[in-house]
Design a protein around this ligand. Structure first.
Ligand SMILES: Nc1nc2c(ncn2[C@@H]2O[C@H](COP(=O)(O)OP(=O)(O)O)[C@@H](O)[C@H]2O)c(=O)[nH]1
Ligand SMILES: [Mg+2]
Length: 224
């Protein structure tokens, strides 16, 4: 065996994303594997498969085989095939869609009834860029995940926020690899913000009106 072969350890990990339709499973996988996002949504029929290659500290080469399983597979007959020899399962819900959170227990029960091998599970609360539209209160979420002993991370497929670090943490945890903060966030994209032209900002600012106070003969400002 050559030195380079000895130094690099090659692993294959199978990761499955599960959850209701439209929570953003395909978008999360595409952002993670291809760094792209589209607003268009085509429902995943059956399952799609993606691969991604990572090099973890200690020169561990990891090939990820990621299964994007369509939401309708909750009641389908193929779930056991898609989850065969799976290592990591990520349950996805949409923070702006309460029913997608309510159906997590059913997804978890279905998985437990389907697989026998030990897996590492986690949950992603997707669309955290839409925090202002949050439909599930955080004080409901925390006790649920504590009870299930499941790591829950907010992520956004649209901006990529928290997604790379959450994925890296999961993979490292499964492999028992220590990740430094730098390694965890190595692939974290820069979140891009749209610049608003000054005129649009100005028109939204409250108008300041000068009011003359006759009693004290001073001028005050009021916001309108
Ligand atoms: N704002 C926002 N929209 C998202 C996000 N992730 C997915 N979407 C949108 O949600 C819709 C459903 O996404 P898709 O990935 O097809 O969901 P899937 O059925 O779970 O695979 C699409 O219109 C996506 O553009 C996100 O993080 N933020
Ligand atoms: Mg899909």
């Amino acid at each position: 065996m050559s030195d380079s072969e000895e130094e690099s350890v090659e692993r294959q990990l199978k990761i499955a994303f599960l959850g209701d339709s439209s929570v953003g499973k395909t978008s999360i996988i595409k952002r993670f594997c291809q760094d792209e996002f589209t607003r268009q949504s085509t429902p995943t029929v059956g399952a799609d498969f993606y691969t991604k290659h990572l090099v973890l500290p200690g020169r561990q080469d990891v090939t990820l085989i990621i299964s994007d399983i369509g939401g309708q597979e909750l009641t389908g007959s193929m779930l056991d095939k898609y989850l065969y020899n799976i290592n990591i399962i990520v349950f996805v819900y949409d923070i702006t869609n309460s029913p997608s959170f309510e159906s997590l227990p059913l997804w978890m029960e279905t998985v437990s009834a389907t697989i026998t091998n030990p897996v590492l599970s986690a949950a992603f609360g997707n669309k955290c860029d839409l925090e202002h539209q949050r439909a599930i209160r955080t004080d409901r979420i925390q006790p649920f995940f504590q009870q299930c002993n499941l790591q829950n991370s907010p992520v956004s497929a649209r901006t990529g926020e928290y997604l790379y670090s959450s994925m890296m943490e999961l993979i490292a945890k499964y492999l028992g690899v220590h990740l430094s903060k730098v390694a965890r966030e190595q692939q974290q994209p820069v979140v891009k913000a749209r610049l608003v032209p000054p005129t649009a900002v100005d028109s939204k600012r409250p108008k300041v009106k000068r009011v003359h106070n006759r009693n004290t003969n001073t001028a005050v400002c009021v916001l309108q």
